[in-house]
Ligand binder design. Structure first.
Ligand SMILES: NC(=O)c1ccc[n+]([C@@H]2O[C@H](COP(=O)([O-])OP(=O)(O)OC[C@H]3O[C@@H](n4cnc5c(N)ncnc54)[C@H](OP(=O)(O)O)[C@@H]3O)[C@@H](O)[C@H]2O)c1
Length: 362
């Protein structure tokens, strides 16, 4: 590895992040082409699913100057024929002599084969520069490929005494305008928002991203094993914002009357192979949903927590006190003594955002 490698990989990582919110189910990828005398002659990032890969943008920009240059990319270049020619072939044809990649692509059709192809054709390959940051950048993609389920972000607003609502089944407004704005910005980037049917019945939320620019449809998911979602639920009137999926069980789906009423209102019924949260998440994985913001309520949060499916926690802690009758966050469960990993804390108006990984990036 060369001292400059970190520097150029930083640039590629920053470029990659510019595709945030638009590339799913593809990863965020950035690429930089550097000539032998250290000049950046090409750069690019994957802008949206279905559009060229980052390497293609960077090589196009570099043109003939790519010959003899080094290519920095945040993920292993692809080697399979998809909608476009494999990137590895473009790299070899362009005359790149060295590829520095942050991480291997876990996708079984790539998974080291891209590096093998390049090495087999005399291109030098170094892997691992900026690996930790590249892994964090694409947590949703890695989780979907490895675990066939979305990356789960558990989100909640809590009172100072750790409650999410004043009494069970009643909506409680907790967060400030600044925290609400933040929450809507997050909704604008995620693939899907999920809630339990208890929250639909209690709060009747719209589950849309408001006051924030979102380029793609936003999928809303209701976890509802008995098809209790009312056909008049407000979320069903927002299908212009994206699909509404109700994940249920085979038994409930057999009850034609409930199913038909919900389908007539535009809901898509998805049948999970069991009653667990994991079974429901696997259905979402099959639909290529790679990130899910699990917004509540307490029971669904607790179930996901107990099954070890929460990857990241995002809490808006507010200065209100709801008292002994309040609904406790996570149904009263507590965090492990290790707390959150890579935690980030930020004041938002009168509230405090606290977020971090449950076990660390994976
Ligand atoms: N402060 C916040 O951030 C926040 C956010 C959201 C909601 N809330 C509040 O939370 C309260 C609602 O919470 P809640 O706990 O009553 O309801 P909930 O967690 O929204 O929904 C619970 C329901 O989800 C269904 N479910 C589907 N799959 C499940 C699974 N694998 N495991 C467990 N449940 C599953 C169950 O019904 P079936 O058995 O019929 O499937 C269960 O009764 C409301 O008061 C609301 O205002 C607060």
């Amino acid at each position: 590895m060369l001292a400059k490698d970190e520097h150029y990989m930083d640039r590629a990582l920053l470029l990659a992040a510019r595709g945030r919110g638009r590339t799913s189910p593809n990863p965020l990828v950035g690429a930089v082409v550097v000539s032998p005398d250290g000049v950046v002659v090409g750069q690019g990032f994957h802008e949206r699913a279905g559009e060229p890969h980052a390497e293609v943008y960077a090589l196009n920009m570099a043109g003939a100057r790519a010959r003899g240059s080094t290519l920095y990319c945040t993920l292993e270049p692809c080697c399979h024929v998809g909608r476009t020619q494999p990137c590895v072939a473009r790299i070899v044809d362009a005359g790149i002599v060295r590829v520095v990649a942050a991480v291997e692509d876990p996708n079984p059709v790539v998974c080291g084969k891209g590096f093998e192809y390049l090495r087999g054709r005399g291109v030098g390959v170094d892997v691992g520069v900026g690996a930790a940051r590249a892994l964090i950048l694409n947590q949703p993609f890695f989780t979907l490929v490895r675990e066939r389920r979305p990356f789960v972000i558990l989100k909640a607003a809590t009172s100072l005494d750790g409650c999410i609502a004043q009494v069970p089944g009643r909506p409680t407004r907790l967060t400030s305008a600044a925290a609400n704005r933040h929450a809507h910005r997050v909704r604008a980037e995620i693939d899907a928002i999920g809630v339990g049917v208890g929250t639909i019945v209690a709060d009747d939320p719209l589950l849309t991203a408001r006051g924030a620019y979102r380029e793609r449809p936003l999928t809303r998911v209701i976890f509802d094993r008995r098809l209790r979602t009312p056909a008049r639920a407000r979320v069903l009137s927002t299908r212009d914002a994206g699909p509404v999926i109700i994940v249920t069980t085979e038994e409930a789906a057999r009850r034609d009357d409930s199913r038909r009423a919900l389908e007539e209102c535009g809901a898509e019924i998805e049948i999970a192979a069991g009653a667990s949260v994991r079974a429901a998440l696997e259905r979402l994985g099959a639909r290529h949903i790679d990130s899910l913001l699990l917004e509540g309520g307490a029971m669904l949060h607790a179930a996901a927590w107990d099954e070890g499916l929460v990857d990241f926690v995002r809490l808006y802690v507010t200065p209100h006190v709801l008292g002994p009758g309040g609904v406790p966050f996570l149904d009263g469960r507590t965090f492990s003594s290790a707390g959150l990993v890579d935690a980030h804390v930020e004041p938002l108006g009168t509230d405090v955002l606290m977020e971090g990984y449950v076990h660390g990036p994976h």
